[in-house]
Design a binder for this molecule. Structure first.
Ligand code: DGJ
Length: 690
């Protein structure tokens, strides 16, 4: 609900348990009076009586760091979310409030520069306690250079301390959670790569340093953008803290021409109580309700051929894998890289999206038919934003790639990036994929993107335009082929964000499929993103990436924490492993609704001897718990693992053993899973309320 108190120029944006209170001061600056537990409009208005006195330091603006739109100009010396340069070189903005538009859930506050014909609209939209914000800039004057247009600046209240939570990573080591005291000054999380990145992910959480998994207030924000981005966490010496996030990175600027409009992507903010667990559950819930296109669907168990075959793709080989996968209970069979053009290795073929005539002389039809006959859906890998110089596409259009005159075209994995900001490239991309989907009964695309931009040059046309075309093509393909589902991949988890999740159905989390490493990657992933989108494969042992040997059950029990998939060389698995895998797939299908659509409780984080995660049905009637023991030290017995959010008066039956547990005992003394002795022991427990 959004209230407006016109007399006090006050707005109160309230979700079920939080409020965001804005006040326009005499200088028309939108001051954040409150972001935290819910307040009534009357309580919110009383905050105006408590405005701080100017204090003893006349050289400082006592309100610095308390506005949710900060434009360069005047005595603003901190991080400014809005930075422009007018044609005459003026960099100061003088914004005047020009009006508001408002419904129960949406608010637009409009401003215009006092002199130059530039307007700025701040949009707010409420989804429960999540506030989605973006800016709209319109220029009616001479071209304006935009250096920064952050979607939102979030102003945090004064707390006793500030701890910044985020994820860091690399290829094969994405989304590793990192919490550290927020230093004074500016901490920048960013991607300058043209894609969301493995190195950082566009979200941040701040608590006062004392929050835990189950207690404490947490402020978080997440940017819905799949290109370069920057999130600045600023801590001023006055202890004011802001989080400001938007598309684009330093030093990229772009020109807003006469009569042009710039709409920023959305940045969502959320205040929660109940610790990091509650914050994550609220973010999961938001994505399941408002972000994902087909959130209510159950994601099928998938098989992907990449680790089994690499580029060595053949019709017979794929059919053998498909038959084995179908026997195991797989529901969607995905042929990865190596099926098209001259793509028998990574130096040729990207851009030529027709079946390799030697490998598939009759096209993909016979393979797709066989997969469908086996009762599975058919998926295909594509990397349509890329081109190998050794390809028909590049030979025909060498100017279609991102490049600059007088600079080398840096190749990475022998490939270059198509410049999607060129309209003819965007048209080609849509036509090519539209035709591929129209001619073949494809149910699923794995959409990969394996290299960052180079030689891009600092203009909007490319940095923002590439992502806008990508989104547009995805939207048009989905509309034209509504049954097709899409997985976002970028060398593993390089393109996971709320922007791509609005247009895809799941993501490939990491090329690292080692179950032990995955525990950490998945723990970090789950801080913001739901299990419903987290692709997790069971692959071979020893793991091809790390060489580590891990038993089959443990590998499955780790991958069951998301969208279970198989990615091993099944034709080399023993009969015993294939049979056991089929049982484990069946186990997963039983608990899948809880994992994919239930509420997630991280019971024990990875890192210790035991880790565990619980999923609870929305009605609380069923719970699944995955327990992993990486290694037992000193022969200590496993401790009990207290569960969460059960009814203390309820009784819960273990569906495997028939044993009945009291809710109150599970909540306090916990569950004692019957784990095998030794390292890499694991269990899945399924409890149903009696
Ligand atoms: C990178 C992806 O992350 C892998 O899963 C695989 O699809 C390869 N690309 C294929 O080139």
């Amino acid at each position: 609900m959004i209230y407006h108190d016109s007399q006090h120029r006050l707005w109160v944006l309230s979700g079920p348990s939080s409020s965001y209170v804005l006040h326009l001061d005499e200088a028309d600056r939108p001051r954040v009076m409150h972001w935290g537990p819910r307040l009534t409009p009357e309580q919110a208005a009383s905050l105006l009586l408590r405005l701080p006195r100017p204090g003893f330091r006349p050289v400082e603006d006592p309100l610095e760091g308390s506005f949710d739109l900060i434009a360069t100009g005047g005595m603003c010396y901190g991080q400014a979310g809005l930075q422009v340069r007018f044609a005459d070189g003026t960099r100061d903005l003088e914004l005047v409030f020009t009006g508001q538009r408002r419904t129960d859930r949406e608010l637009v506050l409009a401003y215009a520069d006092r002199h130059y014909p530039l307007t700025v609209e701040c949009h707010y939209r409420l989804y429960g306690d999540v506030i989605e914000r973006h800016l709209v800039l319109r220029n009616e004057g001479e071209p304006v250079t935009v250096a920064r247009a952050d979607s939102a600046t979030w102003v945090l209240p004064r707390m006793n301390g500030y701890r910044l939570g985020s994820v860091r990573g690399q290829w094969g080591a994405e989304t590793r959670l990192h919490r550290t005291e927020l230093p004074y000054g500016e901490t920048v999380l960013t991607s300058r790569r043209g894609v969301t990145s493995h190195q950082a992910n566009p979200w941040a959480m701040v608590d006062d340093g004392t929050a835990g998994e189950e207690h404490g207030a947490v402020y978080s924000c997440a940017l819905a953008w799949s290109g370069s981005w920057r999130l600045t966490a600023q801590r001023l010496p006055t202890e004011r803290v802001t989080l400001s996030a938007g598309a684009g990175h330093d030093p990229v600027t772009w020109e807003l021409g006469t009569g042009e409009e710039h709409v920023t992507p959305v940045c969502a903010g959320l205040f929660t109580e109940g610790g990091f667990g509650a914050a994550s559950r609220a973010w999961h819930d938001h994505q399941l309700r408002h972000v994902l296109p087909h959130a209510g669907e159950v994601r099928p168990v998938l098989y992907n051929s990449w680790e089994a075959t690499g580029f060595d793709v053949s019709m017979d080989g794929q059919i053998r894998l498909a038959e084995s996968a179908a026997r195991m209970g797989v529901e969607l069979f995905v042929v990865d890289d190596g099926w098209f053009g001259a793509r028998t290795h990574d130096a040729a073929g990207l851009g030529d999206w027709y079946p390799n005539p030697h490998r598939f002389p009759d096209g993909l039809g016979p393979l797709i038919d066989r997969v469908h006959e086996l009762g599975m859906r058919f998926g295909l890998w594509v990397e349509p934003e890329m081109v190998n110089p050794d390809s028909d596409l590049y030979r025909a259009h060498p100017d279609w790639v991102i490049h600059r005159p007088h600079r080398r075209r840096t190749e990475h994995r022998n490939q270059l990036v198509l410049d999607l900001s060129r309209p003819e490239v965007g048209d080609w991309l849509f036509r090519t994929l539209d035709e591929l989907l129209a001619k073949n009964a494809i149910d699923f695309l794995k959409w990969d993107m394996n290299r960052p931009f180079t030689e891009a040059g600092p203009d909007e046309r490319l940095w923002l335009g590439h992502v806008r075309t990508l989104y547009d093509v995805l939207d048009r393909l989905r509309a034209a082929h509504p049954h097709v589902r899409i997985e976002s991949c970028s060398s593993g988890g390089g393109r996971v964000d709320l922007g791509i999740l609005r247009r895809t159905d799941q993501v490939w989390t990491s090329d690292n499929t080692d179950a032990l490493d995955r525990l950490d990657i998945q723990h970090g992933f789950s801080q913001l993103y739901p299990a419903r989108v987290m692709g997790a494969w069971v692959t071979d042992s020893p793991n091809p990436f790390t060489g580590r040997e891990i038993p089959l059950d443990f590998r499955f029990h780790v991958a069951m924490a998301g969208v279970l998939a198989i990615g091993g060389a099944l034709t080399e698995w023993s009969r015993a492993d294939l049979d056991r895998a089929a049982e484990l797939v069946a186990d997963y299908k039983r608990i899948r609704p809880l994992v994919q659509h239930g509420r997630q409780y991280r019971l024990l984080p990875p890192g210790g001897e035991l880790s565990a995660v619980q999923y609870l049905a929305a009605d609380g009637g069923e719970a699944a718990v995955l327990v992993h023991r990486r290694g037992r030290r000193f022969g200590h017995p496993d401790p009990g693992i207290p569960l969460r959010a059960l009814d203390p008066d309820g009784r819960y039956r273990d569906t495997a053993t028939g044993e009945v547990h009291h809710g109150a005992v599970l909540l306090t003394h916990g569950l004692f899973p019957d784990l095998a002795p030794g390292d890499y022991a694991s269990a899945l427990l399924h409890l149903v309320r009696e």
